[in-house]
Ligand binder design. Sequence first.
Ligand code: KG4
Ligand code: ZN
Length: 359
Amino acid sequence: MSDKSSITLLALETSCDETGVAILNRVGDTIKVLSSKVASQVDIHKLTGGVVPEVAAREHASIIRPMIAKVISDSKVTGENLDAIAVTIGPGLVPALSVGVTAAQTLAYAWQKPIIPVHHLAGHIYSALLTKDYNLKTNNFPALALIVSGGHTMLVKMAGHLQYQVLGSTRDDAIGEAFDKVARLLGLPYPGGPALSKLAEQGSSQAFQFSRPMLRSGDLDFSFSGIKTEVLYKLRELNMGTGGPKTRANVAASFQQAVVETLVAKTKEALRPVRQAQGKQAQGQQYQLVLLAGGVAANKLLRQQMQSMADELDIPLRIAPPELCGDNAIMIGQAALFAYQKNRTNSWRDIDAHARLGL
Ligand code: KG4
Ligand code: ZN
């Protein structure tokens, strides 16, 4: 029987449009990625301007088996030497998630290993928590995490490992979704976030004044559907359709500025030691750390402005490295290492894919 802080695991991620497979190893406080692969389906989903769940599932299914074989041979770890198999069970697209879950069940049955079910957002959080300068011996908690992805915008308080309290989330569109929809209005290809932020580099963020939604809402929730409509009306008012090159860049830069400022201001608000939220007082134990993760955390302006805010408040900030902002299996393995230590494992018989799943 191995010590719970010494473990080698295989991790699988198939919740949306990236297939991720990785093998991680932890000995005490040292965590190593032995091998990892990510296959993106972006070129396929470009054709439809978004992800069709059945198409995503078919792609995962066609590629996951050779990816697992390659990652295992690269790491030189045999199936029998693994301690467990970690897999994303939700939230996400059920047909896509089911490919990873079924693969994990099959391997767990064949190798007689336990499964570690992982919440996709826990994976994103751990990709920031375990950046290179992590030190498991220092007190990292309570930590405040801002998760910004294609499906979620959330402020989460972490009291300790795997202990989450959602403080605020989006009431409508997620931030990544807002980037993607505004990008489409500007005639940019899917996924819009990276293309929009690139276009924004050529524009002025002061050209147009878009609103900073929910800044005075008195809570920590977000809303991004209104600003998308503002952009639509602005483009109509300019009577430019998708606009001339300079105007499009100005709209992109002004939109990006407005949403980044909103995300940073809400995070700053959450960091206030004692917060009055809708009449009830939330206990504000001083945060030790701020985390930024998820696909949109790749955004340069957001990274810079979060860093300036953290410097101003003199609080450490860890941002997921750019290569781990998008979906991948390393982050799923990272969260799973801590779940394993807390005995959060299941038999292959007892796991399932979930479209919606609480943190
Ligand atoms: O975390 P992720 O890979 O998938 C989900 O779990 O949803 O996030 C994908 C989202 C997409 O909406 C994409 O447009 C956005 O992240 N994104 C960006 C940037 N890179 C990716 N948004 C803004 N700026 C970027 N540089
Ligand atoms: Zn994600």
